[in-house]
Design a binder for this molecule. Structure first.
Ligand SMILES: Cc1ncc(COP(=O)(O)O)c(C=O)c1O
Length: 287
């Protein structure tokens, strides 16, 4: 099948898909996005992604390009046309096309682009050995709760991680606390066996994977502390983890080259990954 994208009302061959040069997404990164996992062709945590999308749009005063119902149909049609099983669906909404001027344009329609792609199976080595992270200053803006397409600090952080042979960069605020990864949320397990992750606020993205995992913890009766932690605390932790739509749950076994939890994925990680994947392959995915 020819890979296909959805651009402002049309399904087009992916190779030919394009937006106008005066789209404000291109000119100003004036837009928001979502990434939704596909599990056997079904959308994982669709409602939570739609709720976060609405919130991002509202915070930036961008009008939704279409209703949830219509968007649900378009997303499913794109999955169908691409014959996708396991994969990821990417959605961008921008403030639209207008002559370049920083202030909001009047009477412009929100641009909508949807693309989807197959996901390669997650390498078993990542799951079995865990991943390395490096830490660096969080140089992002004050509204990281908005899932904005302005991702330059995230791009630079991820590239620095790759250059260091690491999987992810953990971003550190002025007080020395980890905010989150460049494209994932950060967690540790204390010596007492308690899971810790930063609470949501303007300084991190409210991850949908984070949210689902927290709901599952509740069902399992596992304790959670929502508070900041320092790099030193993370290095000394019993376990460390990261969560995201595209990585699910992975163990972090090295921080800046120092082993965490003896350098092996821990027990709680194993349990949480299993619980999460059971959820993702079952109840979490819709239609
Ligand atoms: C900065 C940032 N934090 C956290 C996440 C994890 O969010 P989610 O679980 O919704 O994918 C992402 C996802 O891309 C992200 O970009």
């Amino acid at each position: 099948v020819t890979r296909c994208a959805y651009v402002n009302g049309r399904y087009v061959p992916h190779a030919d898909a394009a937006v106008h040069i005066e789209d404000r997404g291109y000119q100003f990164a004036d837009g928001v996005y979502e990434v939704i996992a596909l599990r056997r062709g079904r959308l994982l945590d669709e409602e939570a992604h739609m709720a976060r999308l609405d919130r991002s749009l509202a915070e930036l005063e961008i009008a939704p390009a279409m209703s949830h119902a219509a968007l649900g149909l378009v997303m499913r049609e794109l999955v169908r046309r691409n014959r996708l099983g396991d994969g990821n669906l990417y959605l961008q909404m921008t403030r639209g096309v207008a002559p370049r001027d920083h202030g909001f344009p009047a009477g412009v329609e929100t641009s909508l682009v949807l693309t989807a792609r197959r996901a390669k199976p997650q390498p078993q080595a990542l799951v079995e050995q865990g991943v390395a992270v490096v830490t660096m200053p969080d140089i992002r803006w004050g509204r990281c709760d908005i899932k904005s397409i302005a991702l330059l600090p995230n791009v630079l952080g991820k590239q620095a991680a790759r250059a260091a042979g690491a999987y992810e960069a953990w971003l550190v605020d002025r007080d020395g606390h980890v905010t989150e990864g460049t494209s994932s949320n950060a967690w540790i397990v204390t010596a007492a066996g308690r899971l810790v992750t930063r609470k949501t606020g303007n300084d991190i993205l409210a991850g949908v994977t984070r949210r689902s995992l927290i709901a599952l913890l509740g069902e399992q009766g596992l304790a959670l502390e929502e508070r900041p932690f320092t790099v030193a605390e993370a290095k000394a932790a019993r376990e460390a983890l990261l969560t995201s739509t595209t990585s699910a749950v992975l163990a972090v076994t090295r921080i800046d080259g120092a082993k965490v939890g003896g350098g092996r994925p821990g027990k709680l990680f194993g349990a949480l990954r299993r619980i999460y994947l059971d959820y993702a392959d079952g109840a979490g995915a819709s239609g």
